[in-house]
Design a protein around this ligand. Structure first.
Ligand code: SF4
Ligand code: SF4
Length: 181
């Protein structure tokens, strides 16, 4: 498990954002047959290498979306009425019709430990973030497109996916050349 270096992540993102974003668009439009299997394998590798508690950049810079069930569960946990919970911390994004945090970092982030103070009842969006294991992968490419800037795990996932797909294409090409096709 590696400690996340957010400065290094930002530097790498700025250097490679064009090629990684181009790769995501191309792969979304023309996915290889084994994309979901490959993504499943890389998802495991990424989490074996990424220590989220050394990062928490998602909780610091982004907002989850809150479903009604999320609001109900969290408000009950905090012994509040849903109405008061919303009034205290959330706003309605009218474009997307999503309930979001008013402030960043998230009010539930413990800034000393990077831990979520409502972990057991956190929004479903937080529990599945950054959605690297969602299938089919092509349906989530636009999310990786958005998150690659902020989430080092997503960056690593896309980088590895790109390397593996390019490598397998090169191997196929080499075999074709050797076979004289
Ligand atoms: S609810 Fe918890 S996991 Fe979700 S953004 Fe806030 S601190 Fe992070
Ligand atoms: S999910 Fe991504 S942004 Fe959030 S803590 Fe983990 S590596 Fe950092």
């Amino acid at each position: 498990m590696q400690v996340v270096n957010l400065r290094l992540h930002k530097k790498k993102y700025l250097q490679n954002k064009r090629s990684l974003r181009y790769f995501l668009t191309k792969t979304e439009n023309n996915p290889p047959k084994n994309l979901d299997d490959l993504a499943e394998q890389i998802d495991k590798e990424v989490w074996a290498e990424t220590a989220c508690l050394s990062c928490a950049n998602c909780c610091k810079t982004m907002s989850p979306t809150y479903t009604f069930q999320d609001m109900k569960r969290i408000a009950a946990h905090l012994n509040m009425r849903i109405k008061d919970f919303k009034a205290k911390w959330l706003y309605l994004d009218k474009r997307e019709n999503d309930w979001m945090n008013v402030s960043r970092p998230c009010q539930f982030l413990d800034k000393k430990t990077n831990m979520c103070s409502i972990y057991e009842v956190r929004p479903a969006d937080c529990a599945s973030f950054p959605h690297l294991n969602k299938k089919p992968v092509t349906d989530y490419m636009y999310i990786h497109h958005q998150n690659i800037e902020y989430c080092p795990a997503t960056y690593k996932f896309v980088e590895k996916l790109k390397e593996r797909i390019l490598l397998s294409k090169m191997v196929v090409k080499k075999i074709e050349v050797e076979a004289g096709e």
